[in-house]
Design a protein around this ligand. Structure first.
Ligand SMILES: *Cc1c(COP(=O)(O)O)cnc(C)c1O
Ligand SMILES: [Zn+2]
Length: 420
């Protein structure tokens, strides 16, 4: 039986079969995987999911996977946290955090996209895989390549966070550090994909890679009891994830797995790299590329490939986009941690801080159901916040010393009834 999906040009609609390519040769627009939904309606049943483990592979029919595909490992399947404390602080009843800070295996949602891209790489007979990365993608490519036996070669800006570089190196991937920012790294990778028979997951395998993001959206809908939320707040780098959550919701409606409902999409960026939110706020026809300068390194893409589509989605859905400063990012990381026990990376701070701002502006209504998408783990970006948490002076291992400390520093009274 033939595939029930193939690549299609997002502008002229021409189809290109299935191959490691991401651009239409006719009009140079980007390609997207398009499914034959009439066929899917007959084969994909929501009831079939009941017997499957809760990870991203439970939505296999809705992903561009080969026939007789056997899932390599559990990936995704992260918690949707009912955020009572954060909701109380912000005055929102129905607030949820989709927590990909604990995504398996490398603690960011990039595990989802790499899982699908490597499946495509295997199908196309590519033995070396790689990516251009702001950090998390390189982590995911390195780990999954090690597990599945691909050679990995990743390209990163030279000045990435040390933890993100270490989290790639440990898996034995080759790391090429480039003197330049992400946008320059990405341009080089486009040339490398032309020259070598390599599968660069976010370059020539990008259409397949992008489909993996849909599972973040499928899980949200299923975890809400097969319902769609009113609002979703999504961090934006290249602008792909936000569009694929929308595609996931649309597909669930087409298949009849959820009731149709309009969902407002809200995009979140750091002010130091905000081409998409700037474009939305100034109502520009095209965003203006920027030179990134922010602690939210994983979102630092100044010329986002899917920026125009993200802007269109945000506008048409009735949502909005916002951005926050670096100090606001740090403060939002703290808020998420102390209210919900979730330690997010800088990108998660961006999403939470922007959600708070949109609530204050009245753009997100407090009586509606809102999902905040946290996409990466705080242990990878500790250098961005460490100066805000100075260590206390150590004390000798003696009870008197501790009591003295309580007296001076914490000003906590001694146990009631014992006297002082
Ligand atoms: C890559 C990344 C994003 C944004 O993804 P795009 O699909 O490029 O918009 C968001 N959060 C984290 C932590 C990321 O690593
Ligand atoms: Zn085209």
């Amino acid at each position: 039986m033939s595939d029930c999906y193939e690549l299609r040009c997002r502008e002229c609609g021409k189809t290109w079969g299935n191959a490691p390519r991401s651009f239409c040769d006719d009009c140079f627009a980007s390609l997207e995987v398009s499914f034959d939904y009439e066929r899917l309606k007959k084969t994909a049943r929501r009831e079939n999911l009941a017997s499957r483990p809760f990870d991203m592979w439970r939505y296999a029919e809705l992903l561009p996977l080969p026939e007789n595909f056997t899932p390599p490992d559990a990936i995704g399947g992260t918690p949707l946290v009912r955020a009572h404390h954060l909701g109380q602080r912000w005055g929102v009843e129905n607030l949820y955090v989709k927590n990909d800070a604990v995504c398996f295996p490398t603690l960011s949602f990039k595990d989802r996209v790499v899982a699908v891209a490597l499946t495509a790489a295997r199908r196309f007979g590519l033995h070396t895989v790689g990516c251009s990365s702001t950090g998390n993608l390189a982590n995911a490519v390195a780990a999954q390549s090690a597990q599945q036996g691909f050679d990995a070669c990743v390209f990163i800006p030279a000045d990435l966070e040390p933890a993100k570089v270490l989290n790639t190196a440990v898996y034995g991937a080759r790391i090429v550090r480039i003197q330049g920012n992400y946008d320059q790294v990405n341009r080089l990778c486009a040339q490398i994909a032309d020259r070598f028979q390599w599968g660069l997951v976010n370059v020539n395998l990008r259409p397949y890679y992008a489909e993996g993001s849909k599972t973040h959206g499928f899980e949200i809908a299923e975890q809400l009891g097969w319902r769609l939320p009113d609002n979703v707040v999504v961090p934006m780098a290249g602008g792909s994830l936000i569009g694929k959550i929308a595609k996931a919701f649309r597909e669930l409606v087409i298949l009849g797995w959820v009731e149709n409902k309009s969902v407002k999409f809200f995009g979140a960026q750091a002010t130091g790299c905000s081409p998409i939110s700037d474009g939305v706020k100034r109502n520009l026809a095209r965003f203006e590329p920027q030179k990134p300068q922010t602690i939210a390194r994983s979102l630092a893409i100044g010329n986002p490939a899917d920026g125009p589509y993200a802007m269109k989605l945000i506008r048409e859905s009735g949502g909005w986009a916002e951005d926050i400063s670096d100090p606001e990012i740090v403060s939002a990381i703290q808020t998420l941690a102390e209210t919900e026990g979730i330690f997010a990376e800088t990108a998660g701070g961006v999403t939470a801080g922007v959600a708070e701002k949109l609530l204050a502006q009245g753009r997100i209504r407090r009586d509606e159901t809102t999902v905040v998408c946290v996409t990466g783990n705080g242990l990878k970006t500790t250098d961005a916040i460490i100066s805000h948490y100075p260590l206390s002076a150590p004390i000798p291992p003696r009870l008197e010393s501790f009591e003295a400390l309580l007296d001076q520093q914490l000003a906590v009274p001694t146990v009631a009834g014992k006297g002082a």
